[in-house]
Design a protein around this ligand. Structure first.
Ligand code: SF4
Ligand code: SF4
Length: 160
């Protein structure tokens, strides 16, 4: 599925999801990187040890969710746009989802846009809470979205 359509399988997604208990404690990175390629800037970007050391540059990233505080710094370091932050503790009905964004226009803070699933289908309106640049010489923006909690593990892009 990933090779043909660029969409990971449900099994792949489930394998990288933090435990319910960890998700209930606050923001945490979810790394949906499923293709073995020579790449490791996620590992070097995290100064908290959220990524376990790579034994080989082609390894898939492995996480230590206990060390991750959901800061989102690694999002802007990932050329594969494969890293997301989910915070299920935002409110009773809503979660925050941080996603990478490299297209124009960059959505405005406070705007309402369509949240897309991994297949690119619109599944819910979401609000753009925050827009921040990933840094100088980096074309990536990090969007913080307010999403209905039931879609926190489905919304991975937007249509604005
Ligand atoms: S979100 Fe922050 S703490 Fe967590 S893995 Fe990424 S850089 Fe490390
Ligand atoms: S930087 Fe992104 S694409 Fe590269 S190994 Fe890390 S998660 Fe995968």
């Amino acid at each position: 599925m990933l090779e043909k359509a660029g969409v990971p399988s449900g099994q792949q997604v489930a394998a990288v999801k933090p435990s319910k208990e960890r998700l209930a404690r606050g923001p945490v990175a979810i790394v949906e990187c499923f293709q073995k390629i020579p790449c490791d800037p996620c590992y070097t970007a995290c100064k908290r040890g959220g990524f376990l050391p790579f034994e080989d540059i082609n390894d898939l990233p492995r996480m230590d969710f206990e060390k991750c505080n959901g800061c989102g710094i690694c999002i802007g370091a990932c050329p594969g746009l494969a890293i997301f932050i989910v915070d299920e503790t935002y409110s009773e009905d809503e979660a925050l989802v941080m996603i990478p964004w490299e297209f124009l226009p960059v959505p405005a803070e406070g705007s309402t846009v369509q949240g897309l699933n991994r297949e690119g289908e619109a599944i819910s309106e979401v609000k753009v809470k925050k827009v921040r640049s990933a840094g100088k010489n980096n074309n990536t923006y990090i969007l913080t979205l307010i999403v209905p909690k039931e879609f926190a593990h489905d919304i991975r892009s937007i249509d604005n």
